[in-house]
Design a protein around this ligand. Structure first.
Ligand code: ATP
Length: 690
């Protein structure tokens, strides 16, 4: 479309004004007789020539007067504005076309006077038409609510349809690909090497107190891993007393499983807090599960033994009262007894609500390990809660007595009021700014692991989740009916004695552990039970190598650090994110490990496996087990399945007994000696845990 000098469309020159159309019944009648093609064309024009309210009002009032010069100008301007809008509204064009064809409207147009038609159609349009919202409309001057189809152009001279072919243009616009644009901090992370050998001698780490180096040496840690080499100096610098006058930047760490992320944040936090005089909770470390929180608590406790710091644990399964006693001194007026609180989100929430004297005024570090879980639906709402709460807590002005020693703020040196630093960590840290919004990060800095030789594009690098190179990944396609047997066969022939098997549910975990217990004669099989009290015991036995095959739901998929797990089995295909964490339970800290994913020959399983295959294709190999390999186990397998059947029946009886002694048909059972015996038998655990 060509534009004249005034920037106005030339093709509009011949279009009569809306008011003209309304005032000239002859024109309107002629137009009704036009062919369908012309009708559609004029409908397009109608959208282009939508008028403003002032014009409609003229029509409504029926004042048969010629438009003044000013009105002409208004019409022209509106034509332009509406033209710009019509580029973006194919739906409106279609609806208008439909309506124009509608007999109802035509009838009304016939019977009513021209003046009435304008009013009637206008009202009807207002009622019937839903004008879609258009986010990217360029013309802001145009009010969509003013759209009406009553302003159909009546000029027969307008025949050049090509100039108004708008729908195709809109379609083309939709097909345009939108390039992902990340905020600068996400697009340009500090890259960390994937190769754990690229680290640095512990003794060479500048700024780290000798006491930490000594403890590390005692624990046989001679070299720092690359993630630690990158993150420790950054956190040491922001924890430095001289940095206190600036609010520190928030830190995000995205590095593979088993790459030493825990020590990367624990060491600098402990060092920054180690000069304190008065205890106050200055670091809260959040973890998604009890076991993980205990594990991090134990790591911190190794160091606090040698420092004057105190660390408390707040997780499910412990009474609030007991935990309170570790947070607040009893015999004082609510003086804080801890410097660091390691907690699960639920328990922290409980303490925030019910432990009156819990004081987070001095909170300096908020660490969220496995941070991607905190941004998901439930975790996300928890973060919103935490953010709200943190904002309501009156912040204490940094006090060198409490925070650290050595630095005396001089007169005139302004201190930041809000000096909380957030640290987000995960092997599968999200890189979606929308998801990260919930954390309300302040000038964040991202540390992301990648294969440095292949870094070409930051978006590509931090997009797919990175897995340790030491994990050898395999998958196998299996018949669902033979899955336990295939697993038994593979573990038997490999002679592995430290295997962690993941299933998708508690029920599947239980059933599989029953079958594998029946199949293995020389290995001990156990399940990471849904009974939380039992879990600790089972984990300890697995640590001590008294359990050889541990079957678990995804409760153990994240963060759990058990040395020497030889193989991880994904008995059910998980999501890509969970797969990365499951694999990460083996091949930790540079050790070699195996991961096996069992893919059922069903559509669901194959579909779930697609993203894993796509992302891990260069590391993933297929293995096969032939039918003949399994023939020898037929009787054994049948016996194991029978045991499972019996076990399930026994458990049903047991649950009925405990629920109200009901028989198989729902009738109440009398507590006869045989019933009592059955219920007792059902209570006896089926799996043997050494
Ligand atoms: N510099 C080091 N040298 C040797 N071993 C180390 C070093 N740093 C950490 N480790 C050990 O590596 C193991 C894994 O560390 P850590 O649990 O911190 O990994 P992670 O990156 O947090 O893994 P995940 O993502 O699974 O939670 C631990 O047993 C830890 O003691």
């Amino acid at each position: 479309m060509s534009l004249n000098n005034d920037g106005k469309s030339e093709s509009h020159k011949n279009i009569p004004s809306e008011a003209d159309a309304c005032l000239l019944p002859q024109n309107h009648k002629k137009k009704k007789k036009q062919s369908h093609k012309e009708d559609v064309a004029s409908c397009k024009l109608a959208v282009n020539t939508f008028e403003n309210k002032s014009i409609m009002n003229i029509a409504k009032k029926g004042k048969k007067r010629k438009l003044s010069d000013t009105d002409d100008k208004n019409v022209e301007t509106n034509k332009e504005n509406n033209y710009a809008v019509s580029h973006k509204i194919p739906k409106v064009i279609k609806e208008v076309s439909k309506k124009q064809k509608s007999k109802k409207v035509k009838k009304k147009a016939d019977t009513l006077s021209n003046e009435e038609t304008c009013n009637e159609v206008d009202i009807k349009r207002d009622r019937d038409f839903h004008i879609p919202k258009i986010p990217d409309v360029e013309s802001t001057e145009c009010n969509h609510e003013e759209f009406s189809t009553s302003d159909r152009p009546c000029n027969e001279n307008v025949k050049n349809e090509d100039e108004y072919t708008l729908i195709d243009e809109v379609k083309q616009m939709r097909r345009l690909k939108i390039d992902r644009v990340l905020p600068d901090w996400l697009a340009n992370p500090v890259f960390i090497s994937m190769n754990l050998a690229d680290g640095m001698e512990v003794s060479e780490m500048r700024g780290l107190r000798p006491i930490f180096k000594k403890i590390l040496k005692k624990r046989n840690i001679e070299r720092f891993f690359p993630a630690q080499v990158a993150v420790i100096p950054e956190l040491l610098a922001s924890g430095n007393t001289l940095s206190m006058r600036y609010r520190p930047r928030d830190i995000c760490i995205s590095a593979p499983t088993g790459s030493g992320k825990t020590l990367a944040y624990v060491l600098p936090i402990l060092q920054a807090l180690s000069h304190r005089v008065v205890p106050q909770i200055r670091a809260v470390i959040l973890l998604p599960t009890q076991e993980l929180a205990r594990q991090v608590h134990d790591v911190i406790a190794i160091f606090t033994k040698y420092l004057k710091l105190r660390v408390s644990l707040a997780v499910g399964g412990r009474s609030l009262k007991k935990e309170r006693s570790t947070l607040i001194f009893k015999d004082t007026q609510g003086d804080c007894a801890a410097d660091i609180l390691v907690a699960t989100p639920g328990k922290l929430s409980d303490h925030m609500n019910y432990t009156n004297k819990l004081n987070l005024k001095y909170l300096r570090y908020l660490v969220m390990d496995e941070a991607d879980l905190f941004s998901s639906s439930s975790g996300g709402s928890f973060m919103v809660q935490v953010e709200k709460l943190l904002k309501t807590i009156p912040r204490a002005v940094p006090d060198n007595r409490i925070i650290c020693g050595g630095f005396q703020p001089r007169d005139g040196v302004s201190m930041p009021e809000y000096y909380l630093q957030k640290i987000l960590i995960s092997a599968t840290l999200m890189h979606d700014p929308e998801q990260l919004k919930v954390f309300d990060l302040y000038q964040p800095k991202l540390f992301a692991a990648s294969n440095l030789s292949e870094v070409t594009n930051a978006v590509q690098t931090i997009g797919p989740y990175i897995r340790p190179e030491e994990v050898i990944e395999e998958y196998i396609k299996v018949d669902p009916n033979q899955k336990p047997l295939v697993l038994y066969h593979l573990i038997s022939i490999s002679k592995l004695k430290r295997v962690l098997v993941f299933t998708k549910s508690k029920r599947a975990t239980h059933n599989l552990s029953v079958v594998l217990s029946a199949l293995f004669e020389d290995l001990t099989v156990a399940e990471f039970s849904s009974n939380k009290a039992n879990r600790r015991k089972i984990l300890e036995e697995f640590y001590k190598k008294n359990i050889h095959v541990l079957v678990s739901s995804d409760a153990m998929a994240r963060g759990i650090d058990i040395k020497g797990i030889q193989q991880v089995v994904s008995y059910d295909v998980p999501s890509l994110q969970t797969y990365v964490h499951r694999c990460g339970r083996t091949g930790r800290a540079g050790k070699v490990g195996y991961s096996l994913c069992m893919v059922e020959a069903t559509d669901d399983s194959k579909r779930d496996f697609k993203p894993i295959r796509r992302t891990c294709k260069d590391q993933l190999n297929q293995i096969h087990v032939s039918e003949q390999d399994l023939l020898g186990y037929a009787d054994k397998y049948q016996a194991a399945l029978d045991i499972l059947k019996e076990t399930i029946q026994e458990e049903k009886i047991k649950s009925r007994m405990t629920k109200g002694l009901k028989g198989p048909k729902g009738n109440k059972l009398k507590m006869t000696p045989s019933n009592r015996y059955q219920s007792l038998a059902a209570i006896t655990p089926v799996t043997s845990v050494a």
